[in-house]
Structures are given as C-alpha cells and as structure tokens.
Design a protein around this ligand. Structure first.
Ligand code: IYR
Length: 233
C-alpha cells in the first residue's frame, strides 16, 4: 500500500482528466468476514467523557486526521481544517471559554425539552475532558475558499462534507484504539479567536482524544437495532 505524496493545488475550472481506477477485488467471503468484524468493532465504540492524562501515540492521531481528510466532499473542495491542540495552556483556555458558554446553556438557554433529552447522558457544564485528554482535534469548516490574494469562492455541501469527514475521523481513532468525544460548545466563535483561524473558517466540533480514565463510566445506552434503522426496498 502506498500513500500518494502529490500536493493539492486549486483545481477550480480545470478540465475533466480521468485516470483508471482498478482496485483489487476481495472475495465475497472476505467481504462478509471483514464487514462482520468491522460491525462488531464499531459497536464497541463509546463516547468517552472521562479521559486519562496519559499521552497518545501522536502519529496515530495524525494518521486518523489523514484518514478523515480522505472523505468525499462537495466538488472535492475538501472544506476542512483540523487543528491538533496539545499545548496545556491552550487546552485550558478552550475549557474555560467552553464552560462559560455551557453554563449559560445549562442554566436555561437550552430549554427544558433539550435538557430532558440530555438527562440520560449525564452531561453538564463542567468539561474536564478538555484539559484531561492529552490532545484536542478542533475541526473547522471552510465556509468558502479564501485565496492568498483575498479571492473568495463558494464551497458546496460544507456541512455534509465536514460531517462525513468527522465520522471517518471517529472511526479511524476508534479502530486505532483511541477514545474520543464530539463536543460542540455553542456558540463556538471563541475557538476561532483562541486558535487564530481565518475569517473563512467556522468551528464545527472539538474532539478530545485519549484513553479512557481507569474509573471511566458511560451511560447505559442501547443502540437502535438494524431493523429499527434500516428498511429494504
Ligand atoms: N453542547 C452541550 C450540550 C450537549 C448537546 C447535545 I445535542 C449532546 O448530545 C450533548 C451535549 C455539551 O457539550 O454539554
């Protein structure tokens, strides 16, 4: 297996220049066993809110981000930026700002119906995972393309593209043995300020990454069964 090292440059307006695509086919039997194994592995993934302070193998996190960046995107515009934050002081500033927003949210901004929906998850405004986890991946969506000369160009299906990439990121982290959490403090503007991101980028999620704390607990959730989420035509 070889990873391409060609560097991306803007392709806007380029002609269609197809190349052959001939991936090896695995047998149906191999597909069945891979799919069954993946299904069982993915079923073991849990959102973790209590992290051990232990460091994580950083290249595994970088590889997971590279996996996420293989996601399909609208017009192949790849409208994402992943900021990997390890600096403890920056994580502390993110935690303080996030908790300031969450306090307002849990004190009433969310409303009774939303708070009732969250009750079984046991979440509150205290966000220790933002400083306990050894790394945060802050995902930004590029609402539009911003050239070095200030040229702006529309990006298409940005929410969908970044959502797919984050799904692939979570899968890659989990399959690499790392725990994660999708945290969406709202509003998230403070993340652009703390991390000095440009005007075309908008924070999408903060993803703490690490190992579960030895005393980690998770809610006793039940996933919908296959027949509850799928119908065949
Ligand atoms: N952003 C808040 C609230 C929250 C909202 C949803 I929807 C969740 O699934 C979990 C939490 C927080 O992070 O606590």
């Amino acid at each position: 297996m070889v990873i391409s090292t060609r560097r991306w440059t803007p392709t806007h307006g380029d002609p269609y220049r197809p190349v052959p695509y001939r991936p090896d086919r695995i047998s149906p039997t191999q597909s069945l066993s891979r799919a069954a194994e993946l299904r069982a592995r993915m079923d073991e993934r849990r959102t973790v809110r209590q992290f051990a302070p232990d460091p994580v193998p950083l290249q595994a996190v970088r590889d997971a981000i590279a996996c996420a960046a293989t996601a399909p995107s609208g017009a192949h515009q790849q409208p994402w930026t992943f900021v990997l934050v390890r600096d403890a002081a920056v994580r502390r500033r993110i935690r303080e700002a996030a908790e300031d927003e969450e306090r307002v949210s849990y004190d009433g901004r969310l409303g009774d119906e939303w708070l009732a929906a969250l009750r079984p998850l046991g979440t509150d405004e205290v966000k220790p995972h933002l400083t306990d986890a050894p790394a945060l991946i802050v995902v930004f969506q590029q609402r539009y393309w911003l050239g070095e000369d200030g040229t702006k160009r529309k990006h298409y299906y940005v929410d969908e593209s970044v959502g797919i990439a984050v799904g692939m990121l979570l899968s890659a982290l989990h399959l690499s043995g790392l725990a994660a959490l999708v945290h969406t403090p709202s509003p998230m503007r403070f993340l652009s300020e703390v991390l000095g991101r440009p005007a075309n980028e908008k924070a999408f999620a903060v993803i703490p990454v690490g190992y579960p704390a030895p005393d980690c607990e998770v809610p006793d959730l039940v996933r919908k069964s296959l027949d509850q989420v799928m119908t065949e035509v």
